[in-house]
Design a protein around this ligand. Structure first.
Ligand SMILES: Nc1ncnc2c1ncn2[C@@H]1O[C@H](COP(=O)(O)OP(=O)(O)O)[C@@H](O)[C@H]1O
Ligand SMILES: [Mg+2]
Length: 360
C-alpha cells in the first residue's frame, strides 16, 4: 500500500528586498520536489506582504507572474494548533487545507529573520530550517558576531552604530577602523545596502545608504583573503557539504556578482588544503551549534592570507536555486538536489532539537 503523501506547504516571495531571489530559489525547490511523496501547497507572499495560495507552475513563480494568475486566492496560515494549515478565501467563504510541514523558501526580512518561524512555532507546525531565536540571531550581524566571538572564534574587527548615535554626532568609535571598511545594515542579505568604503567620503556615503535599510549598522574591517562557504545540514546529527571558495577580482561579492558571477568565480572544492579544510568544517559546526541552528544553514567564513579563519555570517535560508552554492556543496558531497529536499523535510518532521544556544 502506498504511504500517505506529505502535505508540504512551500512559501515563496516575501515582503523583503530579496523577494526576487526567493522566486528563483522556490522555483527550483518546487521543480525538484518528488510529487509521488508530496502534495504541494504553494503559498506566495507579495513584496507588500499579501498572502495567496497559488495553483500554477514554477515558471510563473520564476518569472514573477504568479500573483496575476486568476486562480490565485487570498490565504493565510493559521496560528491555531488545532487547525494546522491554510485558510483560503474561495469566493465568499473560507476553506481549510491541512498542512503537515512547511518549507519557507524565503530570504531576508519577514521570512528568514525569525518572524515567520515564530508564527509556525505558535501553530506548532513543523518547518524546514532554524527556529525563531536562531533565525533572528543569524539575521542580525551584530548579535551573531558578538555570540560567535564569545565562543572563541575570530571575527573581523567591527563597530556597531545606531541611527540615534549617528544623528547625535557620535563619531568616536569610527576613528580607529582602518580602510577599506564594509558598511552593512545589521539585518540584510544579498549584499543589499552594503558599501566597501576606501576613504572618509565613501564611508559617509556608505553609512547613509546602510541606514536606509536598517537603523543599526555594522562597520567592519576588510579581511584580506578568500571567502569560504560551509553547507551544514541536520539537527542532532550534522553533516557538512564540500566547502566552496569565492575568488573575486577586486571589489566584493555584491548583488550583481552573486547572481551573475561576471568577474568572480566559485571553486568547489575550495583550494585551501586538507588542514584548513578540516579546521573550517570544525569552525562552521561550532558556529552552527553556538547560534542554535537546526535544519540547514550556510556558514560563511573568511580565510585570511595569514591562515586565520574569521566568521562572516550564517545564512539560515541560503540561496536555493539548482545552481546555488548550498545545493552545489551538498551535491559535491553526494547528496543530489531531490535527495537534499527529502532530507530537509524529513529532518523537519523528525529531528527538531530545541535550538538552544549551546554556549549560553
Ligand atoms: N570583513 C570583510 N572582509 C572582506 N570581505 C567582506 C567583509 N565583509 C563583507 N565582505 C564582502 O561583502 C560581501 C557581503 O557581505 P556579507 O556580510 O556576507 O553580507 P550579506 O548578508 O549581504 O551576504 C561578502 O560576501 C564579502 O565579499
Ligand atoms: Mg554574505
Amino acid at each position: 500500500m502506498m504511504n500517505k503523501k506529505i502535505a508540504l506547504g512551500v512559501l515563496f516571495g516575501g515582503a523583503s528586498t530579496e523577494y526576487a531571489v526567493s522566486l528563483s530559489s522556490a522555483a527550483a525547490v518546487i521543480k525538484h520536489l518528488d510529487r509521488s511523496k508530496y502534495d504541494l501547497i504553494l503559498i506566495g507572499i507579495t513584496r507588500d506582504g499579501r498572502w495567496f495560495r497559488y495553483f500554477g507552475d514554477e515558471e510563473g513563480i520564476r518569472e514573477d507572474r504568479w500573483h496575476s494568475n486568476p486562480g490565485c486566492i487570498p490565504a493565510f496560515l493559521s496560528p491555531d494548533r488545532s487547525m494546522k494549515g491554510l485558510f483560503e478565501l474561495a469566493g465568499t467563504e473560507y476553506r481549510f487545507t491541512p498542512i503537515d510541514v512547511v518549507f519557507p523558501v524565503l530570504h531576508g526580512k519577514n521570512g528568514e529573520d525569525g518572524t515567520l518561524q515564530g508564527l509556525l512555532e505558535l501553530a506548532d507546525l513543523p518547518f524546514v530550517g532554524c527556529g525563531s531565536l536562531s533565525s533572528a540571531i543569524c539575521m542580525d550581524k551584530a548579535i551573531a558576531k558578538t555570540l560567535v566571538e564569545a565562543a572563541g572564534i575570530s571575527v573581523p574587527p567591527a563597530v556597531v552604530l545606531t541611527a540615534a548615535q549617528w544623528a547625535n554626532g557620535d563619531r568616536a568609535s569610527l576613528e580607529h577602523l582602518p580602510f577599506p571598511v564594509y558598511v552593512k545594515p545589521a539585518r540584510s542579505g544579498s549584499s543589499i545596502g552594503i558599501t566597501k568604503a576606501h576613504d572618509p567620503t565613501e564611508l559617509k556615503a556608505g553609512i547613509d545608504v546602510a541606514f536606509q535599510h536598517d537603523d543599526k549598522i555594522v562597520l567592519e574591517t576588510h579581511i584580506d583573503g578568500v571567502e569560504i562557504g560551509c553547507a551544514v545540514l541536520g539537527g542532532t546529527n550534522l553533516i557538512v557539504g564540500e566547502l566552496d571558495e569565492i575568488e573575486l577580482q577586486g571589489g566584493f561579492f555584491d548583488y550583481e556578482e552573486k547572481y551573475t558571477l561576471h568577474t568572480s568565480s566559485i571553486h568547489l572544492p575550495a583550494r585551501i588544503g586538507n588542514t584548513k579544510e578540516e579546521e573550517a568544517r570544525e569552525t562552521a559546526l561550532r558556529i552552527y551549534r553556538t547560534l542554535g541552528c537546526r535544519g540547514f544553514a550556510r556558514v560563511d567564513l573568511f580565510l585570511s592570507h595569514d591562515g586565520t579563519l574569521y566568521f562572516n555570517e550564517v545564512n539560515t535560508i541560503p540561496g536555493f536555486t539548482a545552481a546555488s552554492r548550498y545545493p552545489n556543496m551538498m551535491r559535491a558531497a553526494g547528496l543530489e538536489f531531490p535527495d537534499l529536499l527529502d532530507r530537509l523535510v524529513s529532518e523537519a518532521l523528525n529531528d527538531r532539537p530545541d535550538g538552544h544556544l549551546t554556549t549560553l
